[in-house]
Design a protein around this ligand. Structure first.
Ligand SMILES: Cc1ncc(C[n+]2csc(CCOP(=O)(O)OP(=O)(O)O)c2C)c(N)n1
Ligand SMILES: [Mg+2]
Length: 700
């Protein structure tokens, strides 16, 4: 029977199911009211959906919320965070340390709910991974959660294909549930992700769509009249409906339909009433994003048959009811899994060791033993080419290094070529090469999902298209996930493709993002060192920015070793006695150009230093002594050279320095013509250096 159709006096209201549902509702309402900020309506509406899923189906042990084979629950409607916090609280999910150790205390105590949206509360405005145990991924930007859930589902398929063995078919068999709303459905990223999920026939993936017809501006009739069911059928999903979000039986049936669907993902469309039970706000956008108000809270509680004046009230028996449901089931499943992994370790010690390392974000022994050294070569090779060699050498020894491209692998050179690597597809879940299709934004979110399950993912594309995926990349950084982004075609060096394909402001853009490591290596050996640094990152995403065109492989017997890359910037070539009168600073393909200028300046008796600066972030992380040894404060004559916007460069060149840069969009022409047009020549750099020296002399 539907809860909605039950009158408040009905004995059914006394059932524990309903008491639990209403506890979720009222905690959510009270949390928002106390904060005087937040989104009460959707948690009130979806409490029965979440309750049914968690209490009856979710294979999740609140005592061990990082158990690797747990089902994942993604709250893609991050604004409804109180729904998740209420669940985490009522199921008594335990806190986990940064080293993945389960701590004794609960993740979300009642006091945290009372302090919803206050500084340092475990209940921030939107759910944050790494901050609140039990939150599987950070959500808030609509669409990201559902797209990430596709990555999580893919990761499970990949793990199952590689690690499940006869007798251990259930080592990895977890399901992924994502709760989404009209906003998630409208965002383009969900279409990209759903299309790929359907194509890959991810049968372990279930999206639950809260079809409440309400968004912030009002009814969805304003903006959203497509037939979602037909759309998802078109994507190759199984689509089922629940006509009433309060109907626990119908919900349970829908979840069972999902379990029984073995050949495609499932979408459950649930009709719900936002602000359910609030007499003046139900079914209005007024229930979406502001507190109900004290009076409305009281009236809603009256409708639920709840004590009107009690706040943050958890009736007797509620915690125990959850312990007997999700708690008991989850613990049994979790304990059984760990018993079996013990067996597995005996039979498959190498695979078990791989899993252990992967789950702890460690690398295999000897992972870097085959990374190539590149001999000096004036003609050299494109950094995308050297990257291909390094990536493949690393991939040989890191079996869970997997990834692909948004349809540009032949250009980005990110294919893992060893024959055993294969392609990930609906038929081959063991493949290590992924084809994301032309879906950059979803690719970013899927990489996040893969990384959340702790495989080591990389994704690639043209650097210009970071613009299409920045939303997901920002979440990699915010979640501190070591996702690897490989971007090629990094500058006007692209040539004929023209300004639509020539990054200008993208480097500045990426460098401005907290927690993201950006590396633009100068030559093949810097590429090797860059991969070395990146693969050892635990909590930072990295962006590797590579050329399409060949760059010389610098003679490291003559100039400083490429290992300097690890410190972000290093003196590649110096003035006699280490006493420069001018410093040239360059990244990527411009380093070779500066080397030419440096040699010429030296011949002319100008005391120049050349600093290769592949990574601002790595350099900024060095101690002051090192930084000042590379860029001595008293040497104010400085020239930076980068085929991009100069935005931010004055941090290193100072207010009096000179930046050889590009202040407009690029142009379509052969590279030689472009270099001339935009003034990237040794002569111009030399002239800038001399002018800097003259300027400093004039001032002293
Ligand atoms: C990418 C993105 N754009 C805009 C927002 C701001 N925003 C938060 S909730 C919301 C409306 C969402 O409507 P719906 O998904 O139907 O949620 P409901 O109101 O039904 O809970 C918007 C526009 C956001 N969080 N993310
Ligand atoms: Mg809605």
């Amino acid at each position: 029977m539907s809860i909605a159709t039950v009158s408040p006096s009905s004995p059914l209201l006394q059932t524990m199911d309903l008491t639990c549902v209403n506890t979720i509702r009222t905690l959510s309402m009270d949390g928002v009211q106390a904060a005087n900020s937040g989104h009460p309506g959707t948690p009130m509406a979806l409490a029965p959906v979440a309750y049914c899923l968690w209490q009856q189906f979710l294979r999740f042990d609140p005592q061990d919320p990082v158990w690797p084979n747990r089902d994942r629950f993604v709250l893609s409607i991050g604004h409804a965070s109180m729904l998740l916090y209420s669940l985490l609280h009522l199921t008594e999910v335990r806190a986990v340390s940064k080293d993945y150790e389960t701590l004794g205390e609960v993740s979300v105590p009642l006091d945290a709910i009372k302090a919803f949206r206050q500084l340092d509360s475990r209940c921030p405005g939107h759910p944050e991974y790494r901050w609140t145990s039990g939150v599987e991924t950070t959500t808030g930007p609509l669409g990201q959660g559902v797209a990430t859930s596709v990555g999580i589902a893919i990761a499970r398929q990949w793990l199952a294909a590689r690690y499940n063995r006869p007798g251990f078919e259930d080592l990895f068999d977890f399901n992924v549930y994502a709760l989404c709303g009209d906003g998630c459905m409208m965002e383009g990223i969900s279409s990209e992700a759903a299309s790929l999920a359907g194509h890959l026939r991810l049968s372990n993936l279930c999206w639950i769509y809260d079809n409440n017809h309400i968004t912030i501006e009002g009814n969805t009739s304003l903006t959203f009249t497509e037939d979602v069911a037909t759309r998802f059928i078109g994507y190759g999903w199984n689509v089922t409906r629940v006509g009433d979000a309060n109907d626990l039986d119908m919900l349970a049936r829908a979840f069972r339909t999902f379990h029984n669907t073995k050949d495609r993902p499932t979408l459950i469309i649930v009709d719900s009433h936002i602000g359910y039970g609030a007499p003046h706000k139900q079914d209005t956008s007024g229930a979406h994003g502001e507190p109900l108000g004290e009076d409305e809270v009281r009236l809603a509680k009256r409708n639920y048959g709840w004590p009107e004046d009690k706040k943050f009230f958890v009736p007797e028996g509620v915690y125990d009811h959850f312990r007997q449901g999700i708690g008991k089931r989850g613990k049994q499943l979790r304990d059984a899994w760990f018993a079996r992994i013990g067996e597995y370790r005996k039979q498959y010690p190498e695979l078990a060791e791989e899993l252990f390392r992967m789950q702890h974000r460690q690398l295999p022994e000897g992972w870097d033993r085959e990374l190539p050294e590149f001999p000096a070569d004036p003609k050299g090779l494109a950094t995308r080419e050297s990257s291909a060699k390094v990536l493949n050498a690393a991939a040989k020894n890191i079996p869970w290094l997997i990834g692909g491209s948004a349809d540009l692998a032949p250009s980005t050179k990110t294919r893992i070529t060893q024959e055993s690597a294969g392609d990930f597809s609906a038929e081959n879940h063991a493949g290590r090469n992924f084809h994301f299709g032309i879906r950059e934004h979803a690719m970013g979110a899927i990489l996040n999902g893969l990384s959340l399950v702790k495989v080591r993912p990389f994704g690639s594309g043209f650097f210009i298209f970071v613009d299409y995926m920045r939303g997901s990349m920002r979440l990699s950084a915010l979640m501190e996930l070591p996702v690897i982004y490989v971007f090629t075609h990094d500058s006007i060096g692209v040539g004929e493709d023209g300004p639509t394909h020539q990054p200008i402001e993208q480097l500045a853009h990426m460098r401005s993002m907290p927690g993201l490591i950006v590396i633009r290596p100068a030559d093949a050996n810097e590429v090797r060192e860059a991969w070395k640094v990146i693969l050892q990152l635990h909590h930072q995403p990295a962006v590797l920015v590579l050329t399409r065109q060949a760059v010389p492989t610098i003679d490291r017997r003559k100039y400083a070793p490429a290992s300097g890359l690890a410190r972000g910037a290093y003196i590649l070539a110096d003035a006699p006695g280490g006493n420069p009168e001018v410093i040239l600073i360059a990244t990527g393909s411009e380093v070779a150009l500066c080397l030419e200028a440096y040699e010429q300046l030296s011949k002319e008796g100008v005391r120049a230093r050349l600093v290769s600066m592949p990574s601002w972030e790595l350099f900024d992380d060095q101690d002051r002594n090192y930084r000042e040894s590379v860029l001595p404060p008293h040497v104010k004559a400085r020239v930076s050279v980068e085929e991009a916007s100069d935005f931010g460069w004055s941090k290193y060149t100072g207010s009096e320095g000179h930046n050889v840069c590009i202040e407009s969009f690029g142009a379509s022409a052969p590279l030689k013509q472009l270099l001339k047009k935009f003034g990237f020549s040794a002569e111009r750099i030399m002239a800038a250096a001399k002018s800097q020296i003259a300027q400093q002399r004039a001032q002293s």
